[in-house]
Design a protein around this ligand. Structure first.
Ligand SMILES: Cc1ncc(COP(=O)(O)O)c(C=O)c1O
Length: 285
């Protein structure tokens, strides 16, 4: 992964990332008590920013963290940070924690000034090799908590699950909870069965991906069959196509799962079509 870009946002100021400091008593450090967003910008254009801001507000509200900014200010903050780092193709990482109190108390939830932090990094281009051949994934039991719909910074299970993929020389770990598909460690998962895109329904068990939302909108606009429906382990393993989606990847084909070919082992035709639609959506209208 490329290094972050030099300037960050911390509590209203732009400053060098290397000089940014927060209190060790910040609750995101002590308890993982904070939320985040990852916003992709292509040529300086953040096509899903509205969805990122909506999800950020929902995560804050579910955790009862005060939202420190209006939608307009969040929008501006993202644009300011991207522009300060030269714009172009990058992603903005935004984190909001409940803030720092003098002490360490689980509860009562203190009414603090939330800490707002953001930095940018170059958006990794999907390698030609991945577009041509797809990626290999492994599966694992979903060991995350019971509120995966909240984009919380408490990501230890995701980190350990992603490490399993790294150790297996795979791109991602696809998660199953009691025999049903949920998510991947840092992506949403879609399957194609009989020409229809299927994604597990939104619930507390998975993160409502902004790219998933985009795929659903594009499918509706182009009359591609697409449903939110539970996907069993057998459905996953027997799918004609499997896709991963995330803001920093777009949509990527999974061509091997636990060492077994998905479909014919090559990126499928519906993936090819959806990838083109997703890429077209990145262009400023
Ligand atoms: C667990 C999980 N599911 C899904 C996603 C995809 O979300 P988005 O498309 O908003 O990047 C992510 C992204 O980080 C994730 O961590």
């Amino acid at each position: 992964m490329a290094e972050p870009l030099p300037l960050c946002h911390l509590d209203g100021a732009l400053l060098p990332l290397r000089e940014a400091r927060i209190s060790p008593l910040d609750r995101s450090f002590l308890f993982g008590d904070g939320v985040y967003e990852v916003i992709a910008l292509h040529g300086g254009y953040a096509s899903r920013l509205h969805a990122n801001i909506a999800r950020l507000k929902r995560s804050l509200s579910e955790l009862r963290i005060r939202n420190p900014h209006s939608d307009a200010r969040w929008n501006e903050l993202v644009q300011e940070l991207a522009a300060a780092n030269g714009g172009g193709d990058l992603y903005v990482y935004l984190q909001v924690s409940r803030g720092a109190e003098f002490g360490r108390n689980h509860a009562p939830l203190p009414d603090l000034e939330p800490t707002v932090f953001g930095f940018c990094a170059p958006l990794p281009a999907t390698p030609a090799e991945v577009l041509e051949h797809g990626v290999a994934c492994i599966t694992a039991e979903d060991t995350r908590w019971a509120r995966c719909d909240i984009k919380s910074v408490a990501l230890l299970a995701n980190v350990l699950l992603r490490q399993q993929a790294v150790e297996a020389a795979a791109a991602e770990t696809i998660l199953l909870r009691a025999g049903w598909l949920t998510d991947a460690s840092a992506s949403a998962v879609h399957v194609v069965i009989d020409g229809e895109i299927r994604t597990p329904p939104r619930s507390h068990q998975l993160l409502p991906g902004t790219t998933r939302g985009l795929i659903e909108e594009l499918a509706a606009a182009h009359a591609i069959p697409c449903r939110s429906v539970p996907v069993s382990e057998a459905g996953l393993r027997g799918a004609d196509e499997i896709w991963l989606s995330a803001a920093t990847r777009g949509v990527v084909a999974v061509t091997h799962l636990d060492g077994v070919s998905v479909g014919n082992g090559r990126p499928g035709p519906l993936w090819r079509r959806m990838r083109a639609l997703v890429e077209a959506s990145w262009v400023r209208p």
